[in-house]
Design a protein around this ligand. Structure first.
Ligand code: 5AD
Ligand code: SF4
Length: 438
């Protein structure tokens, strides 16, 4: 049967959708990009804030429309991902048009669940967490199918329990993969054409297995012959110990870019959030990173209008942004989540005030992003060619600092994809750079 997957949320979800694709393909099903052609439609959902939760819920209805109403065998609609774990079979009360609900630790059961639903008109929910080591269901023998970048999960789950965050509830306790398995998978990917690996984990730099720390793992991966670039996401500032920060500028493959969520610049707010670091701790990590690697590009996440956030506390966030100088920052209004301690607090910063603060942050961040890119004008960047650009004869890729760079090439995409080329930046656009081959 043909299946279609719509993916919302973070890179972990994007990677999970690949795993689902592999599991269903191995069971004889065929992926399609056309929801209209599919007999199985899956929504891989995110619940980090109310908005993505809502989007996922409406998507299940959108996919069901146009088919015979209610449950039918022409189309099975499934909800997977974080909302699946959050809601479990409760979702059937809200969404009678959904046939199955399967959470991330249970994707290997999808083929059996689908078989059962084809035999019997019922609704099935499989949720809960697996124990022990983190397994990546993408076979570790997997090979690249033309792509030059790949994600590799090294740990899953999170038990940090930041007060606002639903991730520990929907992704379960921390489980780590063995280093040998990770390395085996990376070697296979590299042998089949992958040049850049991004290590994934909800608290990626808290990695530990068999007495190895995260920095040990980075060093082992750095030695894989043929690997050109290494990235990871998302780290927690509390685990950015000197052995990790020192890897920047030292390891050949580790790129000069890091996404380091800060959430707030106010010690009082950080404390209420349960982040377990201070503004000073965070700034010390940033200083060490800049010392190890002066050209490093730092991006972040911010929560605006956390319960009890005063004007003075908010101004601390603005001043921290000023102090760090980000290449990008993603800011979100606080959104109360079920099962979280902050979800029970009085959401006392008004919607208007949240909007005003968010606009202030956007203005400052836009200015910083622009100046980061302006400073790259005329510089020569190493670009990993990933695909065709928007314009005629244009190719696109990313620099080590994660900026998208477009350039014109006489050579075809087939000749160029996966190559590292040097590009001089000639134009700076709002979301990308443009340049010429040198
Ligand atoms: N409200 C608003 N933003 C949140 N994030 C996580 N939980 C919430 C919430 N309840 C943001 C954080 C995190 C990013 C992925 O989403 O900034 O780093
Ligand atoms: Fe969203 Fe968190 Fe789930 Fe990623 S892990 S999809 S951010 S809720």
């Amino acid at each position: 049967m043909k299946f279609y997957i719509k993916t919302f949320g973070c890179q972990m979800n994007v990677h999970d959708s690949r795993r689902i694709e592999e599991i269903l393909s191995n069971a004889g099903h065929v992926a399609t990009n056309e929801p209209g052609d599919a007999q199985i439609a899956l929504v891989n959902s995110c619940t980090i804030r109310q908005k993505p939760w809502h989007k996922a819920i409406s998507e299940t209805g959108r996919l069901r429309k146009g088919k015979i109403s209610g449950r039918d065998k022409q189309l099975l609609v499934g909800l997977v991902g974080c909302v699946a774990q959050q809601e479990g079979d409760n979702i059937f009360d809200l969404l009678s048009h959904v046939d199955f609900v399967v959470s991330p630790d249970n994707y290997s059961q999808l083929p059996g669940i689908i078989d059962n639903l084809l035999k019997e008109k019922t609704q099935i929910a499989v949720t809960g967490f697996s124990e022990g080591r983190a397994e990546d269901f993408l076979s570790i023998e997997r090979v690249a199918q033309g792509e030059v970048t790949a994600f590799v999960t090294i740990m899953k789950g999170c038990q940090e329990r930041c007060k606002y965050c639903i991730v520990p509830t929907v992704r379960g306790p921390e489980r780590h993969r063995g280093a040998e398995q990770i390395l085996h998978e990376i070697r296979n990917l590299v042998a089949s054409g992958v040049k850049e690996i991004t290590l994934l984990g909800q608290k990626v730099n808290a990695y530990q297995a068999d007495g190895l720390r995260f920095s040990d793992l980075l060093k082992m991966i750095d030695e894989v012959a043929g690997l050109e670039r290494l990235r990871f996401t998302s780290p927690h500032p509390r685990h950015m110990t000197p052995d990790v920060t020192d890897c920047f500028g030292q390891l050949r493959t580790l790129c000069e870019a890091i996404h380091l969520p800060v959430q707030s610049g106010s010690n009082a707010t950080l404390k209420r959030m349960g982040r377990r670091y201070t503004r000073e701790d965070y700034l010390a990590v940033v200083a060490r990173l800049k010392q190890a690697c002066p050209e490093i590009s730092i991006s972040t996440d911010l929560i605006i209008g956390y319960p009890g956030e005063t004007e003075a506390e908010f101004e601390q966030t603005l001043s921290l942004i000023e102090e760090v100088g980000y290449s990008a920052a993603f800011s979100f209004k606080f959104s109360p989540r079920p099962f979280t301690p902050a979800g029970k607090l009085d959401d006392d910063v008004s919607e208007e005030e949240k909007s005003r603060r968010l606009a202030n942050v956007h203005a400052l961040v836009n200015q910083q992003e622009k100046s980061f890119r302006d400073n790259l004008r005329n510089s020569v960047l190493e670009v990993l060619v990933e695909g065709e650009g928007r314009m005629d004869r244009q190719l696109t890729g990313r620099a080590r600092n994660y900026q998208i760079v477009n350039f014109v090439s006489a050579q075809s995409i087939n000749e160029m994809v996966g190559k590292l080329v040097n590009v001089r930046v000639t134009e700076v656009h709002p979301n990308s750079l443009e340049g010429e081959l040198v």
